[in-house]
Design a protein around this ligand. Sequence first.
Ligand code: FM0
Length: 326
Amino acid sequence: MYSGKARAYTNIALIKYWGKENQELIIPMNNSLSLTLDAFYTETEVTFSKELKEDQFYLDNQWQDSKATLKVSRFLDFVRSKTDSSLRAVVKSKNFVPTAAGLASSASGLAALAGAASDALNLNLTPEELSRLARRGSGSACRSIYGGFAEWQKGYSDETSYAVQIPSSDFENDLSMIFVVVNDAQKDISSRDGMQRTVETSAFYDGWLQTVPQDLAKAKKAIKEKDFIALGEVSESSALKMHGTTLAATPPFTYWSAESMKVMNLVRQIRNGGLPCYFTMDAGPNVKLLVERKNEAALLSAMSAHLDAKQLVVAHAGPAIEILSK
Ligand SMILES: O=C(O)C[C@@](O)(CF)CCOP(=O)(O)OP(=O)(O)O
């Protein structure tokens, strides 16, 4: 029996990953940049054993059926192919997210899985190698190997596509991210399906892609100069352009609900009132607010005048993946 355990934190992209150049290898169309957060993390334990006839996946102590297990078992197949092993595994994952629903991320889950599996098999991977491995589970997971700011360098092959830490002289600790949990969530299209449909059919996709390199450069410059306004502006713009591509897909779709729009307009209103704050969104209706830590309380009170305080979850910069003693 070989077992391993890891804890990995979620990350939110400021410059979005939205589309694959290679589905099988999960090579993205563009580089992306994220902030790892402390509020949500996944702890995963993996035990490979020759006694097992098939992989078993438990999430928060609930056995998961084959559909829910798809990303996990595909990832384990990949690990087995890399290590010439045929051993099946029991995977036990626990998501540590505040009560608010829908905040767990596949990024922390697949990153924790990669960490636990490599620990179980004593692969002793470098962060770059672990990032490359996690990418095969889920693209955004490759960024959760690092704390603070990370850049996923798209590369052009399995070997060259992985994330690296962005030096930031602690700027991440000047920031807060407030998750606004939106309750009118309709059944979402998964990020994997949403980006595939967009790449294949959206008239706006190329326009989005052309703007990414300059946005990435702006974001890295803003981090280097600790320029919050510049980072907020380029992050909000990146999210809006990414989501704009879905409207021109066939069939068109959007992750924005009526409440999402209300929150976005509220952020603009508060910003125009003089409090620097920006928003970003991913493959769901929840809205993530970016604000300087010194203005976190002011933004929280401005938002709670319009929203139920239970919908607001505060996060700060989070650490790198942790391999936990078995
Ligand atoms: O995180 C970002 O950069 C932007 C998104 O969150 C926007 F929704 C996409 C994340 O996609 P992911 O779940 O990693 O897809 P996979 O590679 O098909 O598993």
